[in-house]
Design a protein around this ligand. Structure first.
Ligand SMILES: O=C(O)CCC(=O)C(=O)O
Length: 260
């Protein structure tokens, strides 16, 4: 679980880096798992996860992003990772004792041309009534600045109602008002996990290094925090990663809830 100091940093800033949550050996094993998965997916066709708006901030570089949604349907090792006590106890320090899966996303930013993410909040994608939603980005290799590490705007989770996003393509903030370079970089080592609120403004730069940046993003919520609208539904959503779902026997039948 997070230390008192880490929890208080999160409360103040809307993000916290938990160093060394996985050992370097474990991180290397999961890295191999992710790259093998990406190779299997490439064999059936290339799918680039780069946001359309990334080109506005890429300075003419044609960038790429290897990715896979809902990795737990592709790799048992990654399924085990998302219920790992070290991950879920840290998430519980923020969300509360019950931690429910929303979705997972693997991202591999290839060397020299790994796509950036324009600054954004995650809330427009899948708003929830109580804003319990957090992301955990698990780093499988080192992510210094030059690899396009995640950048955040500290304290932006306290700005009030969700900010207006440009909704063309993937919702994002105007890059002129929110340039990535002005946000706070959160460089990480293999095995570190970055937790942040879905209200925290974040993004990341291009990977210009000669190594890939490999991560798994796990989006989690309190099961008692209902989605405000039906959006961003995915396979496996609603799986309990820790604790119980207290709402399961008191509200709608499970057939209706599954889709949330
Ligand atoms: O992995 C990154 O660099 C950022 C990912 C991100 O912002 C997102 O998926 O919402």
């Amino acid at each position: 679980m997070l230390t008192e100091e880490q929890r208080s940093f999160y409360t103040q800033n809307g993000y916290v880096l938990a160093p060394g949550l996985l050992t370097p050996e474990e991180a290397a094993m999961y890295r191999d798992e992710c790259h093998a998965l990406a190779d299997r997916l490439s064999a059936i066709g290339t799918y680039d996860g780069t946001w359309g708006s990334a080109k506005d901030i890429s300075g003419g570089v044609a960038t790429q992003l290897r990715h896979c949604h809902d990795v737990q349907f592709y790799s048992a090792a990654l399924t085990q990772l998302i219920v790992d006590e070290r991950l879920t106890s840290a998430a519980a320090s923020i969300i509360g004792p019950n931690v429910q899966l929303h979705h997972t996303k693997m991202f591999i930013k290839p060397p020299e041309k790994g796509s950036p993410f324009p600054m954004h909040q995650d809330v427009p994608y899948f708003p929830h009534d109580n804003h319990s939603m957090i992301a955990a980005i698990i780093h499988f290799d080192d992510a210094p600045r030059e690899k396009g590490c995640v950048r955040v705007v500290p304290g932006s989770h306290k700005l009030g109602p969700p900010l207006e996003h440009i909704t063309e393509g993937s919702p994002h903030l105007d890059p002129k008002k929110y340039p990535i370079e002005e946000a706070t970089p959160v460089p990480a080592r293999a095995g570190d996990v970055l937790f942040f609120s879905y209200l925290t403004i974040h993004g990341s730069g291009i990977n210009v290094s000669d190594e890939a940046r490999t991560t798994l993003l796990v989006q989690m919520r309190d099961p008692e925090d209902p989605p405000t609208i039906r959006a961003h539904e995915s396979r496996g959503q609603g799986m309990m990663l820790r604790g119980i779902d207290p709402s399961c026997c008191t509200t709608k039948p499970s057939s209706e809830r599954q889709a949330q």
